[in-house]
Design a protein around this ligand. Structure first.
Ligand code: IPE
Ligand code: IPE
Ligand code: MG
Length: 253
């Protein structure tokens, strides 16, 4: 058995994360280290997306949420934005047959209308083509930021109140969550950020209220299957207390 298989078999199958979220950071620094232009780092990063999706699917993880492009990333140099948009369209088209084979359903989270038409069409095509898939639910966060999402939800709820569809007092945490892009999905159990920064960068602020955070210095293109499994092993060694005492948790109270 190789090292990866050994690590996988050491996982506690009864304590797998249901939902894993990732901040895929470090493509630019990876490219710079090799003497390449930043875009080559993004192209290499696509292979990691492919591997991480496959492994999540094989491990039986139900939801994988990937931060691919943030609202703030629109402020990058226009050539880099253009390359990223091209890559996103190219990658989704190329990956679609395998996603279908693996029963993976694509969800698009973010202000997708801002994505240029060509990649946007490919994204919508992949989303619709995988709508029947019941395996891994793959959330691609594109033109996404948490403050955008929360503001959007607040606006929707305010309109419903004004139109007399709901009362102000009907707005509770559940209704708020049901108006976020992750409506109906469980919150992430584990959030992994590659690339060494220890910040959230406007990602899933509402949803990660009780997620376990895992930061690794490994740059996204170098993030291996083994490192992914290491993060899950680390997660399995944590005690999630949700405000209770350790004794309460251990006694299942
Ligand atoms: C993450 O890698 C990919 C995106 C944000 C689109 P970066 O491009 O941020 O890489 P670094 O952080 O500059 O190394
Ligand atoms: C976060 O990475 C966004 C994505 C991974 C898509 P950034 O590289 O944009 O984050 P900051 O700017 O370092 O916080
Ligand atoms: Mg970065």
């Amino acid at each position: 058995m190789d090292q990866l298989q050994e690590k996988i078999s050491s996982l506690d199958k009864s304590r797998m994360p249901v939902h894993v979220a990732m901040i895929m950071d470090g493509n630019g620094r990876w490219a710079k280290k090799q003497g390449f232009v930043r875009s080559e780092g993004h192209a290499e990063g696509v292979s990691t997306v492919h591997r991480v999706t496959k492994l999540s699917s094989d491990l039986g993880i139900k939801y994988l949420t990937l931060y691919a492009f943030s609202t703030e990333n629109w402020n990058r140099p226009s050539e880099e934005v253009a390359t990223l948009m091209y890559l996103i369209g190219w990658a989704i088209e190329r990956e679609l047959p395998e996603l279908l084979r693996n029963n993976v359903r694509i969800h698009l989270l973010g202000d997708i209308e801002r994505i240029p038409e060509e990649p946007r069409k490919k994204l919508f095509f992949a989303r619709d083509a995988t709508a029947h898939c019941t395996g891994l639910q793959l959330n691609m966060c594109l033109s996404y930021s948490s403050r955008w999402e929360i503001t959007y939800a607040a606006r929707k709820l305010a309109k419903m109140v004004v139109n007399g569809e709901i009362s102000v007092d009907a707005i509770d945490e559940k209704m708020f969550a049901d108006n976020l892009t992750t409506a109906g999905m469980p919150d992430p159990d584990l959030l992994i950020r590659t690339g060494g920064e220890e910040r959230i960068s406007n990602y899933l602020l509402w949803q990660i209220a009780y997620s376990e955070l895992y930061f690794t210095p490994v740059l996204w293109p170098d993030f291996s299957d083994e490192e992914y499994v290491d993060a899950i092993i680390d997660f399995q060694n944590r005690e999630r207390r949700y405000g209770k005492t350790s004794e309460q948790v251990q006694n299942n109270e």
